[in-house]
Design a protein around this ligand. Structure first.
Ligand code: OGA
Ligand code: MN
Length: 202
C-alpha cells in the first residue's frame, strides 16, 4: 500500500484485520534521504549508544544495534517531518480503530554487520503504553540477499519478512507481535517508533 496515494485508511484496515502491514509513501524520497544522511552522520560521530533491553541478559547477546533517541522537545528538521507524519497517522488510527494513543517515541538504530535482534515483543513488561510499533527504513539500494529482514512471527506459524529498503514503513501491534531482526551483510539503518497511550496503571 502507498500512503501518499491512498492515505492512512488502508493502514487502519490492515492493522484491524491482520495486526500488521507494510506501507510506502510515508515520506518523499528527499525527506527519507535527509533522515538517512542524519543517521549516518550521528553514527559516524559516535553519538549512538548500545541499546538497553527490558531483560536482565546482557543486551549484546540479544540485539546488535546502537541507538539514538529523538529529542521530542527539540527534534531536528528531518526528524520533525517524520514525527509530524507519524502523529498524523497516529490520530487517524485513533479515529478509525478507537485507540487512545497520545504520543510517539522514536530512535535511530544502526545494526552492525552480522548482528540482529532476537525474537521479542515490543510491549515492555509491566507497561501497556506501547500500542503500535512502526519501523521506518533508511537504506538505499538494499538487496534481499544482503539479509537484514524484519521477520514477523504471525499466528499459525506463519512468518513474513520485510526488507529494510529506504522508505518502507513496517507497522504492527506492539502487544502481541513476535518479531526479530535477521543479521545482514551490511550495516542496517532504521527509525524504530512506538505510538503510545497513557499508562492504565503504574
Ligand atoms: C526494535 C525492532 C525492528 C527493525 O527496535 O524493537 O524490533 O526492523 N526493530 O529494526
Ligand atoms: Mn522490536
Amino acid at each position: 500500500m502507498d500512503i501518499s496515494r491512498d492515505g492512512f485508511a488502508p493502514v487502519a484496515a490492515a492493522l484491524a484485520t491482520d495486526g500488521w502491514c507494510v506501507a510506502d509513501g510515508l515520506l518523499t524520497a528527499a525527506q527519507t534521504g535527509a533522515l538517512g544522511v542524519e543517521c549516518t552522520a550521528e553514527h559516524a560521530r559516535g553519538a549512538m549508544r548500545v541499546a538497553a533491553t527490558g531483560s536482565s541478559h546482557s543486551a549484546g547477546l540479544l540485539r546488535g544495534d546502537v541507538t539514538q533517541w529523538f529529542d521530542m522537545l527539540a527534534p531536528t528538521s528531518a526528524q520533525a517531518v517524520f514525527v509530524a507524519r507519524i502523529d498524523a497517522l497516529m490520530h487517524s488510527l485513533n479515529r478509525a480503530l478507537m485507540f487512545t494513543m497520545v504520543e510517539s517515541e522514536s530512535h535511530y538504530a544502526v545494526y552492525a554487520i552480522g548482528t540482529g535482534y532476537v525474537p521479542h515483543v515490543d510491549r515492555l513488561r509491566d507497561s501497556d503504553e506501547r500500542v503500535v510499533s512502526a519501523v521506518f527504513y533508511l537504506n538505499d539500494d538494499w538487496l534481499d540477499d544482503e539479509g537484514g529482514a524484519l521477520r514477523l512471527h504471525l499466528a499459525g506459524n506463519i512468518t513474513r519478512d520485510i526488507f529494510p529498503r529506504a522508505g518502507t514503513l513496517a507497522l504492527f501491534m506492539s502487544s502481541d507481535t513476535l518479531h526479530e531482526v535477521l543479521p545482514a551483510t551490511r550495516a542496517r539503518m532504521s527509525i524504530a517508533c512506538w505510538m503510545r497511550q497513557r499508562p492504565r496503571h503504574r
